[in-house]
Design a protein around this ligand. Sequence first.
Ligand code: GDP
Length: 297
Amino acid sequence: VRRLHSDEGAQLKTRPAVVTVMGHVDHGKTSLLDALRQTSVAAKEAGGITQHLGAFVVGMSSGASLTFLDTPGHAAFSAMRARGAAVTDIVVLVVAADDGVMPQTLEAMNHAKVANVPIVVAINKCDKPGADPERVRIQLGSEGLLLEDLGGDVQVVEVSAIKKSGLDRLEEALLLQAEMMDLKARVDGTAQAYVVEARLDRGRGPLATAIVKSGTLLSGQHIVVGAEWGRIRAIRNMVGKVIESAGPAIPVEIEGLKGLPMAGDDVVVVDSEERARMLSNGRKKKLEKDRLHKASE
Ligand code: GDP
């Protein structure tokens, strides 16, 4: 494999943060993602209809944007990390105001800590009569989370996914967190990307949602994705529009792969079909070898 472009000396530009929502079951992760998706300017322009890509962008009227991974939960986060894909910049930790800190809340905190990803807390269900956000703050504090109202730097926002309240403040908090992290990416040159979701479409074949880490992915390029290969026939954005190229942190759907990759797989651009086939073959052999090795243990 040829060496990928090094980011050294390349011109870096600010990129949107990639955010994962985690928390205990039933605390409102899915509801919160739905509510956030509806706040996007792009979603509004497209009549609120966005295709399910496994990730979506919330564009704000200020021009700033945030990218959310649409698969809430720890399994997805861990699976991606196990495959080496550190795509998440910020974790939104959802805690229901009535239920408080629960086992999976602690698990999510631990995942974020191990991955060295900062947390922004969303205390959800604040519309409920039994809501007690103060208790949640105390619980989180006693679990070692350094909340900003207690002198730490972890931001806490009270929201209601159902009433759609507090969402603008949550977005502001995420933008502030992103700003502090000074997230930048190389825009020019060969793309490096990760798959966040893949599915098989009857008519269009294997489709992979990818997020570019650096560089620009172009339609027509030969790619190897995990152990699969293909040539990009079309790139679509989250409202289903065909676009010619994709830059950093924007989720896009790639059409043209010969097989179905997995979440967390890397996307490598190569300069010919032959190289794509060869690299894919090599990776398939390696996978098979690892599988046999595991089976014999
Ligand atoms: P998840 O398992 O974390 O994805 O949780 P869901 O989004 O599926 O929500 C679990 C339940 O809580 C559903 O019945 C939601 O309608 C409800 N729910 C989610 N957010 C809120 C909220 O802000 N207020 C109230 N009252 N109910 C909520």
